[in-house]
Design a protein around this ligand. Structure first.
Ligand code: FES
Ligand SMILES: [Fe+2]
Length: 313
């Protein structure tokens, strides 16, 4: 049976969302990977070693040594190379092996918003939070028993803005999609609640909060314009069992009272997010909900191709 144009049929609404879509993943806090630091990550079954050279260049390589397969997470950084602990082969950030015509897979990696991000896939849109002139807090790390799609959906759920966050919309929210790249929600709200964070937000914003939420897949950014200042949050999500591992960093524009503004931004965002975490824990997301904005988001998520599985799996 055909469906009228613009109406999403039930089977499509119930279609699964990709667990590991291609895109950029947050794999560490930048501060947890100082020069000569080594860490490990696992993305869609791929074991990856992360390191930072003595001069500060980031590297991300397949974790098993191209020689005999030792785990490079046991290695050490020597100058600009990662040295395998077993027979001391030396690997460069581009995956090349010193003195040999051999190489291993190098993953694109970058530092942004105080976070280390790695690209699984190819040519995916690079998440941008804040701007060149932003300073960032040390990221908060959380684990929550909710699939990451449920957390992204929360950011696009305009009904819970009223029921959970006690905010009222001042304008009709707008959602736009750049297929395969990102989905953006723009809304303007005012504060209705009366807790300390509500009262402070009402005073700071003069009761007009302009918010843009950008979903790039496993990374979501939130840009908040309070008129006299802008703040930003960058949220990285990775599936962890049935739940999600979250990295959240907060940013403000460089300028006077930087520390105070960073502390205030972190406190207000955290108070906002705490309300979410208290209610979405244990959620099993249903995608057949009758909500045009959420349907746009789910449609976008379904356009993201999954990360290619590990060879042999
Ligand atoms: S296993 Fe790494 S150098 Fe031999
Ligand atoms: Fe929320």
């Amino acid at each position: 049976m055909s469906t009228a144009p613009g109406v999403v049929d039930l089977a499509t609404r119930r279609a699964a969302l990709p667990d590991w879509p291609q895109g950029w993943y947050v794999v560490a806090r930048a501060s947890d990977l100082p020069p000569r630091g080594v860490r490990t990550a696992r993305i869609a079954g791929h074991d990856i070693v992360l390191f930072r050279t003595a001069q500060g260049v980031l590297g991300a390589l397949d974790a098993h040594c191209p020689h005999m397969g030792a785990h490079l997470g046991r290695g050490r950084v020597d100058g600009e190379h990662l040295e395998c602990a077993l027979h001391c082969w030396r690997l460069a950030t581009d995956g090349g092996v010193c003195g040999r015509d051999q190489r291993t897979r190098a993953w694109p990696v970058r530092e942004h918003a105080g976070l280390v991000m790695l690209e699984a896939g190819q040519g995916r849109m690079v998440p941008e939070a804040g701007g060149e002139d932003f300073d960032w807090t040390r990221a908060t790390l959380l684990e929550i028993d909710t699939p990451w799609h449920g957390l992204v959906a929360n950011g696009f759920d305009m009904v819970h803005l009223c029921t959970v966050h006690r905010r009222d919309l001042l304008e009709t929210p707008r959602v736009t999609t750049e297929p395969g790249k990102r989905c953006t929600l723009h809304y303007v709200s005012r504060v209705r609640g009366n807790e300390w964070s509500d009262r402070l937000m009402r005073w700071l914003s003069r009761d007009r909060i302009d918010v843009r939420v950008h979903c790039y897949g496993p990374v979501t950014t939130v840009e908040t314009d309070l008129g006299f200042t802008r703040t930003s949050a960058c949220i990285g999500m990775t599936p962890a069992g049935a739940g999600t591992r979250l990295f959240v960093s907060f940013g403000v524009r460089r300028g006077p009272f930087r520390r105070l503004r960073l502390a205030l931004t972190r406190a207000l965002f955290t108070a906002f997010l705490r309300r979410d975490l208290g209610v979405v824990e244990g959620m099993k997301l249903r995608t057949d909900v009758d909500d045009a904005i959420l349907q746009k988001l789910f449609e976008f998520l379904r356009t993201l191709r999954p990360v290619r599985p590990v060879a042999g799996e």
